[in-house]
Write a protein that binds this ligand. Sequence first.
Ligand code: PAF
Length: 274
Amino acid sequence: MRTVHRVAELRSAIDDIGAVVLVPTMGNLHAGHLALVRQAQSLGLPVAVSIFVNPLQFSPGDDFDAYPRTLAADCGLLAAAGCDLVFAPAVTDIYPTAQRYAVVPDPTLADILEGESRPGFFTGVCTVVLKLLNLVRPRAAVFGKKDYQQWRVIEQMVTQLGLPVEIIAGETVRDADGLAMSSRNGFLTASERSTAPQLYAELTALANAVRAGNRDYAALCEAAAQSLTTYGWTPDYIEVRTRRALAEPSAGEPLVVVAAARLGITRLIDNLEI
Ligand code: PAF
């Protein structure tokens, strides 16, 4: 496995290796990321993983400084997983000068849900993902469905800008108790960790109620939010939406339930396709 930090080193590594599949990450890798790497490997091309904590997608007061940076451990996991290339740039490699150009995604998709709670978040995500795609020029890139809205925004960006890359979605990997794997789970205290699976339990109950024919989405979401509150969560949103546009449900459209909630200082997101 080659590990490179500078853009010039990346270019020369890509020249040597040829077309790759990219798995963009912010590091602090867990089994969910490794599943994305395996999915990338199944496409039969060398796999590159980028590790970059992107300041553009953090607002002031967000956890940018606290975000766990574990490059040596990450590289160990990726080498053991058979990854071919790691691109781990510094902020100054990706943004050598203040970034004045940005990708502003479609507000109907990007200013709702996560985008409403975190203004500018998807502009930061799209800008860095476009930059990574331009630098690595992968044949395909794999994104986890755990960040459902992020996957949909990136998919739409790639389509609308005609980028020559296939976007592939990886299923969410969960701990045995249902908690979706996330780098932010490491911020949970022991007692919060034991409460955390409740988020997935609420999503499962809500999805089952819809599958059983209940169409009162507002009441179901309100009940789920109430239940989370009694377990000590501060729900941000719980919504039933259409899978692609994340719009209000409409007849015949496949649905997803998406949620974000805070437990102590940790904000967790999860979703479940219905
Ligand atoms: O999902 C993430 O880890 C990040 O948002 C991404 C896609 C690597 C962009 O910084």
